[in-house]
Write a new protein. Sequence first.
Length: 105
Amino acid sequence: MSNNGTTSKKIVFYESDKRCADLKIALDRDHLSQALFFRYIIQGYIDGDKNILAFIDKIKTKKLKMPKTWERASRVKRQLSEKQMRDLNLSDDELISIFDMIEES
């Protein structure tokens, strides 16, 4: 039985004390809480926000040293997915309904 994502999960990672302090200062300057910041970053990534995905591509290029063919394949898959979503022209409610039906089966 589905609870539709109502159970809270904790996401934990470790960071240096300096970077943690710098993050808190930057968030305070922008009047954001850590929770709000991370929730919106996560949601933007899940939703495919173009700015966040561009940043992810930059990270992958800089840090992961992925083969160029993998980078291109990832970009092509993302573009194909976006095109298919535009072609289907489904509302958010329709998408949720489809995922609910899949989950029930």
